[in-house]
Design a protein around this ligand. Structure first.
Ligand SMILES: C[S@@+](CC[C@H](N)C(=O)[O-])C[C@H]1O[C@@H](n2cnc3c(N)ncnc32)[C@H](O)[C@@H]1O
Length: 179
């Protein structure tokens, strides 16, 4: 996870491209991307979904998006969202860090605190039977992330892994159970 632009936008990187491959065949009516940054992944979603919303905590990133998506909102997590989506995705800031100095990469202690906050916020916005896809890494405590996501009412599995030099990227699929 490197490649920062001077304005703190996260430039599409290995993790972005890996995630892009994973969402290439996703289809449906509505999709939400939390932490859309440059808009690279949101733009791909727009080819397959009628309604795409992207959120990001960083206003500068949204304002200077290289890949403009139709509906961007500057907010934390999914805080400004009031509806349910067929698909929710997030390329998480997952790096373990004592504090969050860099919102594009820092996940807090164990690379878990910010990801859990984002997933908890996303969970009510996935329709029953819908999917939440998120990218994390072997550097983070992803096992706990999986367990906690299950407790939020999802069936969870790892759908893809990609080894890099010092870590393994991991994409997790959580399908919302219908009760
Ligand atoms: C790893 S970057 C991914 C950017 C882009 N989606 C991509 O795949 O290249 C994480 C993004 O999440 C945003 N972000 C971090 N914490 C957030 C939060 N709590 N709520 C919304 N966005 C957040 C960052 O500003 C950054 O744009």
């Amino acid at each position: 996870m490197q490649n920062k632009l001077p304005n703190d936008t996260y430039a599409p990187s290995d993790d972005t491209f890996f995630f892009a491959d994973c969402i290439a065949n996703e289809t449906g009516y509505s999709a939400l991307e939390i932490g859309t940054g440059s808009g690279y992944l949101g733009k791909i979603l727009q080819e397959k979904f009628s309604l795409v919303v992207g959120t990001d905590i960083n206003y500068t990133a949204l304002k200077s998006q290289d890949y403009k998506i139709q509906n961007s909102v500057c907010c934390k997590d999914a805080d400004a969202v009031t509806t349910e989506f067929d698909l929710v995705i997030c390329n998480l800031p997952y790096l373990p860090s004592e504090t969050v100095q860099d919102v594009t990469t820092d996940g807090g202690p164990e690379g878990l605190v910010i990801p859990l906050e984002i997933i908890s916020s996303a969970a009510p916005h996935v329709r029953p039977g819908g999917k939440l896809l998120f990218l994390t890494s072997s550097l983070a405590n992803y096992q706990t992330l999986i367990e906690k996501t299950k407790f939020m009412g999802f069936s969870v599995m790892i759908i893809a892994k990609k080894p890099l030099f010092f870590e393994e990227l991991i994409i997790i699929q959580a399908t919302k159970l219908s009760f």
